[in-house]
Design a protein around this ligand. Structure first.
Ligand SMILES: [Zn+2]
Length: 398
């Protein structure tokens, strides 16, 4: 994995030389997908064993982004490219090691550039995930609101038919125009509409950058490189080797510099500083292996805990796979039609207040709606099965 190839000289195989640099972004996308899956799904299957609250799941995108930032930064500092790029010996020209990199100013500038590059590298997938999630939630919210509005209009029409009053105060209309609800709706529907367009445009710009780069018209291989204004180049075998040698020399220099600086101080501090520097070099050298080890250990933990859970489940059902209870059949002629969203009450067609189940059929309504209905009609409003007040039970989400 650590591509330090001191053995064998000469150019790399031609296939590598001709391999489109576009393979690196695919590998990087794979890395960020892997981290997202690990934190969002794999980790979820065993995290509840040690974490008392599921709150971390809300931040799983952030955790994945932080991990991605760490692995990208370490790789950029060591090899000048992200994890995927360094596998193809692709490096940002500004981040390549130079003999003067050992000076404090040079090192600080390099660290700043690497941080910026890692930030931009991680921001893309993070924003994409976050916006996709937000868009999904916004779509659901809008559809629920639309259904509520439709049922309110229907009710309004019914009431109008009964008692027509032509007067609506202009103040009331204006208030509705500027209500918070409307602003929220406008923002969310804007997000739902613009997100696919923005994503498409970013993709187009990315493809455009790649085509220009392949044609030799630009030194920015992808949208990401174009954003951070960092030209990239693919290192030859010799250049890669030279970078490795230079890194070794710079490390030895840093180590001896450290020993000198700490020569007067207490021995334990010198020992700790040296261990810290060696630890940093270790993390740099085994970055890809650590990433792989992290992924494997997460997978292993998931497997371990899921096996335990399966065993517990098997023991509790004594080897039988119980079928789900039969679904109650709605009465299509006399019963109410179910609303499209499960969040709405079938009787009042609004968000369920005090969700309450009618135990004979299993449908859930507002407490008030179902209690009044059962008192009056003595049956389930959807299936028309006989029911009494004793069948009305509060739902406990434990
Ligand atoms: Zn209701």
């Amino acid at each position: 994995m650590t591509a330090s190839s001191s053995s064998g000289a000469g150019p790399p195989p031609r296939i590598f030389a001709r391999t489109p640099r576009n393979l690196a972004p695919i590998l990087d996308a794979g890395t960020s997908q892997l981290l997202k899956r690990l934190t969002h799904e794999t980790f979820a299957s065993f995290a509840h064993k040690f974490l008392p609250t599921p709150a971390w799941k809300r931040y799983s995108h952030e955790i994945a982004a932080l991990l991605g930032f760490h692995f990208a930064l370490v790789s950029l500092l060591r090899d000048g490219g992200t994890v995927g790029e360094s596998l193809y010996w692709i490096a940002r020209e500004d981040l390549l090691l130079k003999p003067k990199s050992s000076s404090a100013g040079g090192a600080r500038r390099r660290l700043k550039l690497a941080c910026l590059a890692a930030l931009v590298h991680v921001a893309g997938p993070y924003l994409d995930n976050k916006l996709a999630q937000l868009r999904e939630e916004a779509e659901e919210w809008l559809s629920v609101q639309a259904q509520i509005e439709a049922s309110e209009q229907q009710q309004g029409r019914d009431e109008d038919r009964r008692a027509f009053s032509g007067y609506t105060s202009p103040a009331a209309v204006e208030f509705r125009l500027f209500s918070l609800e409307r602003v929220k709706r406008a923002l969310l529907s804007g997000l739902v509409r613009t997100y696919p367009v923005a994503k498409f445009l970013c993709g187009l710009q990315d493809v455009f950058s790649r085509v220009r780069f392949t044609a030799g018209l630009s030194s920015h291989a992808t949208l990401e490189h174009w954003l951070v204004e960092m030209p990239v180049s693919r290192l030859s075998h010799r250049e890669w080797d030279a970078q490795n040698k230079l890194r070794g020399a710079l490390r030895r220099e840093a180590l001896s510099g450290l020993m000198e600086a700490r020569a007067g101080g207490p021995a334990w501090r010198r020992w700790a500083a040296v261990k810290l520097l060696r630890g940093r070099h270790f993390v740099e050298d085994y970055n890809k292996l650590l990433l792989a080890a992290f992924a494997l250990s997460c997978k292993a933990l998931e497997w371990w805990y899921s096996r335990g859970e399966e065993a517990a489940k098997a023991a509790s059902t004594r080897g039988k796979n119980l079928p789900p209870p039969p679904a109650p059949e709605p009465d299509r002629e006399n019963g109410l039609k179910l609303p499209n969203s499960p969040k709405l009450c079938p009787i009042c067609r609004r968000m369920k207040q005090d969700p309450t189940v009618l135990t004979v059929t299993g449908y859930v309504f507002c407490y008030n709606c179902i209690m009044l209905h059962v008192k009056e009609h003595r049956k389930c409003p959807i299936t028309c099965v006989e029911a009494t007040e004793a069948h009305v039970r509060k739902l406990y989400f434990t």
